[in-house]
Design a protein. Sequence first.
Length: 117
Amino acid sequence: VQLVESGGGLVQSGGSLRLSCAASGFTFSRYDMSWYRQAPGKEREMVAVITSAGGTTTYADSMKGRFTISRDNAKNTVYLQMNSLKPEDTAVYYCNAHRPYYGLSYWGQGTQVTVSS
């Protein structure tokens, strides 16, 4: 099983980034996919979730209206479009695959996002 995040980097406040997470080694379309983030000295927090068929998305309150999660089951990839970035969005962003009721959960290695003021 592999989850490989990409697309992180340094961006100015107000800018945009698009993160990608390429999955392999499991049946991607059967898993809900999530993005989490962890800032230095803080706990990991949920950013956004998308269900296996892509029909339902959920966002943390501070990301609503700025971030959009999407997936392409044909490409085994989940995306996170981040707009209007703020310095407080600076964190390592992690991709997670989980299958409810089966107790299965996989994590990527993370990608750094740094927003300068």
